[in-house]
Ligand binder design. Structure first.
Ligand code: BJ8
Length: 422
């Protein structure tokens, strides 16, 4: 690997602490990913991306900044990438998925806060995340209470803009969200000195739709039996989608899908035919949170779908390309984004509908409802999801966990018991 220390230094990173992170990640990746058998050839690209996660991609971001582009971080799939890209900026998803950052987060946040929030704040505070350090601005949103309050803390350390996401989906909420998208656009125009044009937005709407289509294509292959790609690898591709260069990501994921198409034709799978098919639903899993997938796929099951923001919620539903004015484009954006069914909305019946639809489509045998600790919206919504699944005769268990390994053995026992009954 090239030497990036000078770049990290210029990014004002804590090099000593960062060395600690660089030591554990490759070992962990080897154990969870490289130990898998029969992976597709084209997954090597994603191995490479991970090996350069704090290196080459960060260098690319720095080079783009030299050319005058802005880097904009976000933590939620409601923040519209189309606007960011249209204004010559690069969106990066920076929700943090590692226990490494939690202790630093706990210096400022109560311990009984969601690990995703603690890790995000900890990553900034500890100056060990080069994505955070590269951002010209981050865009938060008013989803859960924990995040809302965390943005105030983060604001002491960097430029933060908060989008006021409605919590219901009435007509007036849509009007409000269109307005929030407009405010974000105006702020970014000010930052970049550019003006958003209909043509630029049209192009980026089409581009982001293409990215959604390629992720959908990938997920469609997981509907086959035997499954041509592991759940762990599919999750990895989704996670990388949040920060890789969009054009390269589309190209490489298309190549991977071409290979999977061949595998399906040859009935070649990573697991044996009839392996128990598990769907995971719940809170997002950002890099390197591979915990639940690893447990399932080392317990005899295969993860065939994730109804999460690092799964279907990220790519389902395209932005309509049918628009003649910027106003119509904004309305189309709002329609697509408000179609995401996050538990922070009330009511949120659409999520149950989605889960039942995926159970059918991906021929799911059992569901794991995975909720990060202290995430009350997802934890509370479990009861209605459980009821709907039980009515259909689909076994489901709820697992509340964090990023640590402490409960791995316990979770494995429960997952094995679930797999045994299907
Ligand atoms: S659209 S799931 S990315 S808000 S897990 S921080 S909700 S306490 S991440 Fe999310 Fe957007 Fe919704 Fe998706 Fe809070 Fe829950 Fe933590 Fe969460």
């Amino acid at each position: 690997m090239a030497d990036y220390r000078k770049m990290w230094e210029e990014l004002d990173m804590d090099l000593e602490k960062h060395d600690g992170l660089c030591e554990v990640l490759p070992m962990f990746y080897d154990e969870v990913y490289l130990s898998q058998e029969n992976r597709p050839e084209n997954i090597n690209y994603y191995n490479f991306v991970i090996s350069e996660v704090h290196g080459l991609r960060i260098k690319e971001l720095q080079d783009s900044k030299q050319e005058g582009k802005k880097v904009i971080g976000s933590f939620c799939v409601y923040v519209p990438d189309e606007i960011t890209l249209s204004l010559d900026s690069i969106p990066v998803g920076i929700c943090s998925g590692s226990q490494f950052w939690v202790p630093d987060g706990e210096k400022l946040l109560p311990r009984n806060t969601c690990p995703l929030i603690k890790a995000s704040i900890g990553a900034k505070l500890s100056k060990t995340c080069p994505y955070f350090q590269s951002c010209d601005m981050v865009v938060g949103e008013t989803t859960c209470d924990g995040k809302k309050k965390a943005w105030e803390i983060l604001g002491d350390y960097m430029d933060v803009h908060v989008m006021d996401l409605p919590q219901m989906k009435r007509e007036k909420d849509k009007i409000h969200w269109i307005d929030e998208i407009r405010i974000y656009k105006e702020l970014l125009e000010e930052k970049t000195g550019r003006k958003l044009t209909f043509e630029d937005l049209k192009e980026k709407i089409e581009l982001v739709n293409e990215k959604r289509r390629i992720l959908k294509r990938l997920y469609d292959f997981r509907k086959y039996d035997p499954v041509p790609i592991s759940g762990k690898d599919a999750l990895l591709v989704s996670q990388i989608a949040f920060y890789d260069d969009i054009n390269r990501f589309i190209e490489m994921t298309n190549k991977l899908c071409d290979e999977l198409e061949e595998r399906v034709k040859n009935e070649e799978g990573v697991f044996e035919k009839n392996a128990p098919r598990i769907m995971i639903t719940g809170t997002p899993m950002s890099i390197p949170n591979w915990k639940m997938h690893h447990i399932v796929e080392t317990s005899g099951g295969v993860v065939v779908c994730e109804e999460t923001c690092t799964g279907t919620r990220y790519f389902e539903n395209e932005v309509s390309e049918n628009a003649n004015t910027i106003e119509e484009q904004f309305e189309n954006l709002a329609n697509r984004y408000l179609g995401i069914n996050c538990a922070c909305f009330t009511p949120n019946k659409g999520r149950i509908k989605d889960i039942l639809k995926y159970v059918e489509e991906y021929k799911v045998d059992a569901v794991i409802y995975n909720s990060l600790q202290f995430c009350s919206t997802y934890a509370i919504e479990y009861k209605s999801v459980e009821k709907a699944l039980k009515e259909k005769g689909i076994p489901v268990i709820m697992i509340e966990t964090d990023y640590s390994d402490e409960d791995t053995g316990q979770i494995k026992t429960r997952v094995e018991a679930l797999i045994e009954i299907v």
